[in-house]
Design a protein around this ligand. Structure first.
Ligand code: KIV
Ligand code: ZN
Length: 518
């Protein structure tokens, strides 16, 4: 066993903002990426892969912005094996206290022949050149063998050895297409430890995709075989079936420490909040029975289970809800609560809002408390999230009245919006109340974007719960997700559509990007 394997510290490398964002429809704007990066840092993530700087100006700005605000985690950018990619990446991570360049090239016969159309000898030369070039900008260079799990062993060993000799400090072996089985993947990692002479000079990392539902199992098997960095994403977001889910990897190590005697720096109590933020921003709902973060992950429905739980929680619970930051919905404030108590609660929930934003959220909280008997912590969080996404909006929601129901009057919506400070009203019909609202928005602010997703979720239990609506719009291949929250589902729908529209305008470059703090 070499010195790297002897250390039992496993580095958690989060790629929600890079591989996660590559999921179709999961695009995030700069403001959202900065919020997620801040949350990842607070959670104790070791390395944040913030984006692929050469891919677009938006990606470059995100990596640069994250590198400017993150101080504790390493901030990483992705680059292909080309000087232009690496230069752009180096420029993007420049403000980082600790910045990493992650450069990659495919090494499998299939990828080299058909995707790269390069001979193995040229790929080998590119590995050496790209790692050396990247080392000219930073001491922290990661090299990945794309499609590593389908690469011939001799060639993989030669490339890994050359990458380390050229200065790579982390070597990542991706199971790019999620094809491996756990024992096979562990054997591959062991093979590298046995055959690559300088393997002890680098951290071995793995990056597993979930096409066969084995990404977490493969990652853990690799750790048992000596890998000491796991690349993963919140909620398992990522290309196709996604990447290894960070929350599953981390909780497996915490819960099965008897078999997985490794240490991880992640504060597991932040998992639920992180999962909800990523889900709200991307519009990717978490399936109810998803491990760790699904709505039912800690619910006990059957009588026999409930009886067992009352006698001893360990009968059916292998980890506590508190260990992932899940708390029973807490009744927090009522309509008589004052501004001071409200500010205290906002601070306790971990938000840092400016005076104007606090006033705005407090006003909406009072309106809500008039309509809704019980106001929970989740309600306040949803109101704040709703306010945060609306800073600097070009189009603002003002009011809505809707006619709908089963009688024979056609559904219609009377909507008032403020567009660049000018109030505009339209009353239009539609195929249903939601359609009428969206037609009204298109009437007041004509655009051709296509609606790709309309999704409603209740913030808490009960028929008076706030609705959180996600709307996804697509225009010229660009997608944006808008969110809106309100006790009235139709108002939430209008707010979500307007939010998506504002994001689209930012994407089109017609307005300036949103500021991070409110
Ligand atoms: O899946 C993969 O191979 C990747 C690499 C770029 C690391 O995402
Ligand atoms: Zn990947």
């Amino acid at each position: 066993m070499n010195t790297v394997m002897e250390s039992n510290r496993v580095i958690i490398f989060d790629t929600t903002l890079r591989d996660g964002e590559q999921s179709p429809g999961a695009s995030m704007n700069l403001n959202e990426k900065l919020r997620i990066a801040q949350m990842l840092q607070e959670m104790g993530i070791d390395v944040i892969e913030a984006g692929f700087p050469i891919a677009s100006n938006g990606d470059f700005e995100a990596v640069h912005g994250i590198a400017s605000i993150v101080t504790d985690s390493v901030v990483c950018g992705l680059a292909r094996a080309s000087h232009r990619d690496i230069e752009r990446c180096a420029e993007a991570i420049k403000p980082a206290r600790r910045g990493r360049i992650h450069t990659f090239i495919s090494t499998s016969p299939l990828h080299m022949e058909h995707k790269l159309q390069m001979a193995p000898s040229d790929v080998y030369a590119a590995v050496i050149d790209s790692v050396r070039y990247a080392r000219g900008f930073t001491d922290d260079v990661e090299w990945s063998a794309e499609d590593g799990s389908r690469t011939e062993h001799d060639f993989l060993c030669r490339c890994v050895e050359a990458a380390i000799a050229s200065g790579a400090t982390t070597i990542n072996i991706p199971d790019t297409v999620g094809y491996s089985l756990p024992d096979e993947f562990a054997a591959l990692i062991r093979m590298l430890f046995n055959r690559v002479p300088n393997i002890d000079k680098a951290i071995l990392s793995v990056h597993c995709h979930n096409d066969l539902g084995l990404a977490v199992a493969n990652s853990l098997a690799a750790v048992q075989a000596g890998a000491r960095q796991v690349e993963c994403t919140i909620n398992g977001l990522g290309e196709r079936a996604g990447n290894a889910a960070l929350e599953e990897v981390v909780m497996a190590v915490r819960t099965r420490h008897d078999h997985l005697p490794f240490t991880i720096g992640v504060k597991t109590e932040a998992i639920t909040k992180a999962s909800r933020l990523v889900s709200a921003v991307t519009g990717f709902v978490v399936q109810p029975n998803k491990a760790i973060v699904g709505a039912n992950a800690f619910a006990h429905e059957s009588g026999i289970h409930q009886d067992g739980m009352l006698k001893h929680a360990g009968t059916y619970e292998i980890m506590t809800p508190e260990s992932v930051g899940l708390r029973a919905s807490k009744l927090v404030l009522g309509k008589h609560s004052g501004r001071h108590a409200f500010k205290e609660k906002v601070r306790e929930l971990g938000y840092d809002l400016g005076d104007n934003a606090i006033e705005d959220v407090f006003r909406r909280f009072k309106d809500m408390a008039d309509k809704k008997k019980d106001v929970f912590e989740e309600d306040i969080a949803a109101l704040i999230d709703d306010a945060v996404v609306r800073v600097n909006d070009h189009v603002r929601f003002v009011s809505l009245e809707v006619v709908c129901g089963s009688r024979h009057r056609p559904p219609s919506a009377m909507l008032e919006l403020e567009i660049d400070g000018v109030a505009k009203t339209a009353t239009v019909g539609g195929d249903g109340p939601v359609d009428a609202i969206f037609v009204a928005i298109r009437t007041l602010f004509p655009h051709d974007a296509k609606l790709q997703l309309f999704q409603v979720h209740a913030v808490t239990a009960g028929s008076d719960a706030q609705a959180e609506v996600t709307v996804r719009l697509e225009e010229d291949g660009k997608t944006v997700n808008g969110q809106g929250a309100d006790t009235d589902t139709l108002v939430a729908a209008a707010r979500a559509y307007v939010n998506a529209l504002n994001k689209l305008l930012v994407k089109r470059g017609k307005t300036v990007p949103l500021a991070l703090s409110v």
